[in-house]
Design a protein around this ligand. Structure first.
Ligand code: ADP
Ligand code: MG
Length: 603
């Protein structure tokens, strides 16, 4: 808190900041706030998404305006309705100890009369999308002729969305001597043009290297035939039962198509794109926020409004046309101190784009292989086992237990386990039994010959124990006294993980783990049936692994209410796998097996 004070913020803001739970300023805040407080200047600030830009302009604006006046003094332009509302909420929260403060959100798709009425009451700050703002100025419903501060937030995106003319028009109604603060994640030509046009010798601030993505994000690519794209996507989802992801497509049409197919195949998916009505979009976002949707298929534009902090995976179903856009996409994960994975599904003709992106983000991609069917089965099985273990017992079951016990009285625990898993898996195993390898040859892979000499292990520690793949690899190397490349294919799931060593180390590894405890807990290692074909992917450009700092972030949702495992999809085409990623469905949709044709809500 003293760190915020040192930036020159007043007591009432410090109090609100404490209420928000912010402890130290982020880099962009540290750099921007003192300057903006200290002088009337224009500013161009480049920083990735999730770096706290809202507060970087929000705190100074709040401190500088006069709440006793009802004149509009600050205007914040942002590209989407979602962001507009998000910024408004943040401003209100920061200004909670400023009696008389009025922050009004102006955006399309809602009643213009209501918004005009709010403005009339006297808003010191207006947060607006350009389209509606221009409209309201044109109708004389809002007056910005006296503003002192104007923020262009996500300037690159506003320009991408074609708001250049609207912005020009809006700013022509504002005073020449105001201060303009531009915030952007990237600096394409268009942004420099706008900076030149509307600003006078702006102070420039860059956080991190330009265009470089968050350090918290690992980048992976998967090389497949273009026709296998969708199947590859499904496998990636299946191999990550806890996935909570945004999937990017290039067009609205593809977005809709992929989402529909996923829903058809029994996943908790939905589409979000510009052809949906505002209320449809709101519904989708609400379901995504409370995890009824695990896979949100989005266009780049629609995804800009997604302010969800614990997205585990960003999947680039198709690469964006503009390479710059990749940074925005991957910036949806790895936010607020959490780690994330950005996956790209590419066909051969697109591989060179990966290299271009690597140059831009200054990080290496890891070439990974689409998991095999057996690998997925194994992951799902362990996931189910763990979910059963963690399931809170529902006392309402007790009433039925005597009868259930009677039916099952003749079976041993082993038999029961076999049966439970057979119920869940037979269809699924059948589906994947003869599934083909979706990977196309890639120099970085090792051959099947190599795989024979490799042993894959399962270990019952994972994300939940604060491991990511780097820290687990380091941990194993130290423990097993093996060299840097002797442990590979480290794959960390929520509560368990996999790794490979050459088969010659197998005996030694099993010996060490025979009776091994970590923090008093028994650690089990088993030999996995799958050989774990696939790249000996070693860590791209990331720093050597530290354990995760933010524990609360990785443990998504409340484990207690998870009903365990994945569930069968009923009805529909018989050739699809009989499961979906995770069985978190809305409470009004009980899981009724075999009722046929049940569909999850479409967006
Ligand atoms: P950006 O606009 O750069 O994408 P936001 O302003 O939306 O980032 O901030 C991202 C998240 O980080 C928000 O949830 C915000 O409340 C939080 N945040 C901002 N500043 C801090 C801070 N100093 N400490 C902790 N959390 C912060
Ligand atoms: Mg922002």
């Amino acid at each position: 808190m003293t760190a915020f004070k040192a930036l020159g913020l007043e007591e009432h803001l410090l109090k609100a900041i404490a209420d928000m739970g912010f402890e130290t300023p982020s880099e962009v805040q540290e750099k921007a706030i003192p300057i903006l407080l200290d002088r009337e200047t224009d500013m161009v600030s480049l920083a990735q998404t999730g770096t706290g830009k809202t507060a970087a302009f929000g705190f100074p604006m709040l401190q500088k305006i006069d709440v006793n006046s009802r004149t509009t003094q600050g205007l914040i332009l942002s590209p989407t309705r979602e962001l507009c509302l998000q910024i408004t909420n943040e401003m209100v929260a920061y200004g909670k100890y400023m009696p008389g403060l009025n922050v009004t959100a102006i955006y399309g798709g809602a009643s213009i009369t209501d918004q005009a009425r709010q403005i009339k009451k006297g808003s010191q700050i207006i947060v607006a999308t350009p389209g509606r703002m221009k409209d309201m100025i044109g109708r004389g419903l809002v007056d910005i002729s006296k503003i002192e501060y104007c923020v262009l937030d996500e300037a690159d995106e506003m320009l991408n969305m074609g708001f250049y003319e609207d912005i020009t028009e809006i700013l022509s109604h504002s005073p020449k001597d105001k201060s303009t603060w531009l915030f952007s994640a990237t600096m394409p030509k268009e942004v420099s043009t706008i900076a030149k046009k509307f600003m006078h010798t702006p102070v420039e601030i860059t956080v991190g290297t330009k265009n470089v993505g968050s350090d918290q994000v690992t980048h992976e690519y998967y090389l497949v035939n273009a026709r296998d794209r969708y199947n590859a996507l499904k496998r990636l989802a299946d191999a990550n039962p806890e996935i909570f992801s945004v999937i990017f497509c290039r067009t609205k049409r593809d977005t809709q198509k992929v989402a529909e197919q996923l829903i058809e195949d029994g996943y908790n998916a939905a589409a979000i794109h510009g052809d949906l009505s505002q209320s449809q979009r709101d519904t989708v976002m609400k379901s995504f926020r409370n995890r009824q949707i695990q896979m949100l298929v989005a266009t780049d534009v629609a995804a800009r409004g997604i302010d969800v902090d614990d997205i585990t995976h960003v999947i680039n179903y198709q690469l964006p046309d503009e390479i710059e856009t990749y940074t925005h996409r991957s910036g949806r994960t790895g936010r607020a101190g959490k780690t994330g994975i950005s996956m790209v599904i590419v066909s051969k003709s697109e591989v060179r784009k990966i290299h271009t992106i690597e140059k831009m983000i200054q990080k290496k991609f890891i070439a990974k292989e689409i998991p095999s069917g057996m690998e997925i089965c194994e992951v799902q099985m362990f996931h189910l086992a763990n979910s059963i273990k963690d399931t809170k017992i529902n006392p309402e079951i007790n009433a039925y237990l005597p009868n259930i016990n009677e039916v099952l009285a003749d079976f041993s625990k082993e038999e029961l386990i076999q049966k439970v898993f057979s119920v869940e898996f037979t269809r699924f195993l059948n589906y994947y039994k003869n599934s083909k390898d979706l990977n196309i040859s890639n120099d970085r892979n090792f051959s099947d010959e190599d795989a024979k000499d490799s042993t894959r292990y399962f270990v019952n520690i994972g994300n939940k124990d604060d491991f990511d793949w780097m820290s687990l690899k380091d941990f194993l190397r130290d423990l097993l006294q093996l060299g840097k490349d002797d442990i590979y294919k480290v794959d960390v799931k929520d509560s368990f993980s996999f790794f490979n060593t050459d088969t010659k180390h197998q005996e030694m590894v099993m010996g060490i783990f025979k009776d091994f405890k970590l923090d008093g807990r028994q650690i089990n290692v088993e030999i996995s049936k799958d050989t774990g074909r696939g790249g000996r992917s070693s860590g791209g450009g990331r720093d050597r692994g530290k354990r995760r700092g933010d524990r609360s972030g990785s443990d998504r949702g409340n484990r207690g209410d998870r009903s365990g495992g994945f569930k069968k999809r009923s009805g529909g085409r018989g050739d699809k796998p009989a499961f979906k990623g995770k069985s978190r469905r809305s409470p009004d949709r009980p899981d009724t097996k075999g009722t046929g044709g049940r569909r999850r809500r479409k967006s």
